[in-house]
Design a protein around this ligand. Structure first.
Ligand code: SAH
Length: 214
């Protein structure tokens, strides 16, 4: 729930997302309930937390732009109770939005400080996501199949492990590309072997990287 002080700013953001083409009421409602300002240091909070921009969260990573979060969440087309795997927990914001939409969320992050921060943010706000510290390229076989998979970092290619962990009829939303710009792709699993791929234009993400060697 968002405290009154930030309600107005959040409503402005929701209007901006509608103008930019976001229509799914479940997505807009979820975004209007997640306290994004809690993910910003006090000095940046009032000015930046409900602007439609990406923002640094440490470790060279960013919290995604709200429009990108909304766009990817809309493409997932999830139903209440769906099992969703997120790759790249980052701040925990996208995971919170998915929880607000009624998903059972599983999320993987490869940076320990971000993993710890997201864990705290989600617990303190009563979001019951299951978080894992590790390598998103492998997915989470123990909890598959997933109704949806959302990748929130720019993937160099579509990992086979993620494809194989999708339910038949399940959807994966993944930005693919190795340079500065990625192509947003929707992969729908048609049967045990066939996948349908649709492109949704250019987006900018931090890169998906192999696991950190300790
Ligand atoms: N969904 C996040 C966006 C974070 S940016 C949010 O709402 O804030 C993308 C994140 O993906 C970064 O935190 C980065 O550390 C993480 N990441 C990059 N490669 C990864 C990998 N192989 N496995 C898991 N996480 C990865």
């Amino acid at each position: 729930m968002i405290e009154n002080k930030y309600k107005g700013l959040c409503n402005q953001l929701i209007n901006e997302l509608k103008v930019k083409g976001i229509e799914d009421i479940n997505v807009l409602n979820a975004i209007s309930r997640v306290p994004r300002h809690l993910l910003f240091d006090l000095v940046f909070r009032d000015k930046f937390s409900y602007q439609d921009i990406a923002f640094p969260i440490g470790e060279g990573q960013t919290i995604s732009q709200p429009y990108t979060v909304a766009f990817q969440s809309e493409l997932l087309a999830l139903k209440k109770g769906d099992k969703i795997l997120e790759i790249g927990t980052g701040s925990g914001y996208q995971a919170a939005v998915l929880c607000e939409m009624g998903a059972k969320v599983f999320s993987i992050e490869r940076h320990k400080p971000l993993f710890n921060g997201a864990k705290l943010f989600l617990a303190q706000n009563n979001y019951r996501a299951q978080l894992f510290f590790g390598d998103g390229f492998k997915g989470k076989k123990a909890f598959c199949p997933f109704d949806g998979i959302i990748v929130t970092c720019g993937a160099p290619y579509i990992p086979n492990d993620l494809k194989s962990q999708l339910k038949i009829g399940g959807r994966m939303v993944i930005p693919v590309g190795e340079g500065d710009v990625q192509q947003m792709k929707l992969i729908v699993r048609l049967d045990s072997e066939k996948y349908q791929e649709t492109n949704f234009g250019d987006f900018k993400f931090v890169p998906m990287l192999k696991s950190i060697k300790n």
